[in-house]
Design a protein around this ligand. Sequence first.
Ligand SMILES: Nc1ncnc2c1ncn2[C@@H]1O[C@H](COP(=O)(O)OP(=O)(O)OP(=O)(O)O)[C@@H](O)[C@H]1O
Length: 752
Amino acid sequence: MLKTLSLHNLGSARGAPLATSRASRKLAEPLGEQQGPREHCPLGYRGPGQSGDGSPRADNISLILLSSREPSVATVSAGMPRRRPLQVEFNDVSLTVGKTPILNRLTGSCRPGEVLAIMGPSGSGKTSLLNTISGRLRATSGTITIGGEPLSKRHKRHMCYVLQQDVFFTDLTLRQTLMYTALLRLPDSMPYQEKMNHVDHILDILDLKRCQDTIIGNMLKRGLSGGEKKRANIACELLTNPSIMLLDEPTSGLDSSTAYNLITTLKQFAEKENKTVILTLHQPSSQIFYMLDSLLLLCNGQNAYFGDTRKVVEHFSRIGLPIAPHYNPADFILEVVKGSPEVQERVIQGANCPERGTTFNLSQNITIQTSPSIHSLYSKYLSLQDGHTTTGVEGEECPWDEDCNCQDQGYHAKCPAEVSVTITGSKKETSVFTKMGEEEDSGRSSWSEETESEASASSSSSEEYVDRQWPTSFLTQFKVLTQRNFCVARPFILSRLHWIQTLGLALIAGLLWFQAPRTEEALHDIQGWMFFSTTYWMLFMLFAALQSFPSEREVIMKERASGSYRVSAYYLAKMVGELPLTFTLPTFYMLISYPMMGGTHVLTFIKHLIVLLLNTLVAQSMGLLIGAICMDLQVGITVSALFTLFSQLFGGYLANKIPPWLSWAKYLSMVHYAFQNMNIIEFSDGTPVSCSLENSRFKSCGFNKSYIEVSEILDERGQTLPLWLNTTILIMFMLSARLLTYLMLRFLHRLK
Ligand SMILES: Nc1ncnc2c1ncn2[C@@H]1O[C@H](COP(=O)(O)OP(=O)(O)OP(=O)(O)O)[C@@H](O)[C@H]1O
């Protein structure tokens, strides 16, 4: 049986899959087969029209297409606070970065319930426009309004921005990622269980249940697939039920079927929930293309077309660039805006008509060179030649009216108006796809009075949360971020490699200084163990902390840009969340190494441990500070190497006789204070050190004393400060470094 799609004018087939495209052809194939390999239940494909086993019945394709518009997406916001629908408008928006003009007088709008696609070749300014609409970039001129009000910081909580890149903490599972997002971005007034139900619901809608316990992963660690990451990205944003969704290339890297399903979901989300969806697309299939309500086509940052997607074919015909039959209009318009300067000029002028009162000399044929892939597709299926020539009406100049309509009916008659496509299904069945027209859209909720009044009548709490500066209290942010920081840092700080490294070094140090006798001869060795332990943990923690901000920065920036939490909450949570992890390995090291070195006093061990942990915290603080200042790992490593070597050299063990003009430098060495404290503790509280039997270098050994006086041991390494003062100075080091780090994050790196 043959399936025939008859579209009376390509442009009016709103929402209907264009059977001229490869994707449409695929649709017309037995859907049971098409569904088979798609292990993940395709978005928007559930519901009537599916057979008992979940696969659609091949004889009911048009029903499936219609019923695919009744998805579970309709309940994305079930139980969520209601959001007011907001229209996005931008007028004459220009953007210049430095001296480079990026966007030039762009005008467009998107109403609630609609999907606006921004299309254009690479580098035409799609992402820049999205950034400008979201407020991440400030327009050089022009106006942007959200719900009739000029764009302001307040609006960022009404919109979500799905970035082109998938920015996540790679060690968290998908479920953890969504859970923390929900806890941070959904209001405190919503019970925990409800938030978790919402997470489940979103996982279900985006067909991510199957991989919810998989880690996000990265290049080195396998995790979610590219398509799953894309959907995870969208899931995080859907959680907050935003009024406006901005998506930068949501379909990039997805296969055509997944891309189609994703756009279907977004389309349904816009329609059913009255959301404003603006997305950038690179090369959509015609099926996807006609699902979009309106299109803004960019050409070198300028407006090449803005309007109804269904009218794009007509528009291009009108300006002398009619689209060949069977050609995917999305491919065609991209070929056009990548064409010769002459073609680009014509398109830009056509888009700005009637202001410029443009008329085109349609007698001139313009050849648009099609891409090789399109060519091969054409050769194969449609037997076209290299490129295709668009031809206006010979010798005729179309008289344009005020609305840029060609008034010559004869001209229009020559434009492609009706296309009939025959598709052969493998079961040799035939059915007729009927045009999906305006009637089908009648159910679409629009920016209607009813919706507005509904919105205003919605619970005050919902609007209240929307307009509050933060969705959650400081305490909630702190608690959730502490837990998340712990989960994020644990795989790194307590990695198997770090356990092995710590065990190995503890054993080596223990064996090297094994049961060192407390004698004058072994004094240098005991101090060697103390110096090694101090510097090793300084190096370990400092370099571990160094990577912390540079690696987390993108995620934090993304979350901060959507107004999820305060920098102070994040920073404080990071300090607290990582604390137990910071203490684990040094404690493990001390438990092995100290007894092996011959330490027997429990109290001395505890005091040593406290000093070592404090030293570790100071080192971590310095690492965070250097990382926050540099935000570049290479620069950070160089600065850290200088700092740690300086600290070691002036630590009091390697060099005793420091030149007087350099003696001040030791006060800047954190090792100096920690090493002094360990000496004080070991020789005051531990086993006394016996004098050498012959030629002792200590005066106290000359007065018939068997043990060296503690003060003499300490003085041998220069002037010693009391234990409490060394400890206070170390604490001051730590607090100042942490305060400076906060200021860096808050003011220098714009995590604000
Ligand atoms: N900060 C900047 N400084 C200078 N030029 C910039 C800057 N940001 C963007 N551009 C330039 O502006 C142009 C538009 O960039 P944009 O990323 O918006 O393009 P795009 O259409 O999204 O491209 P793609 O499809 O490849 O992602 C590019 O030529 C880019 O090099």
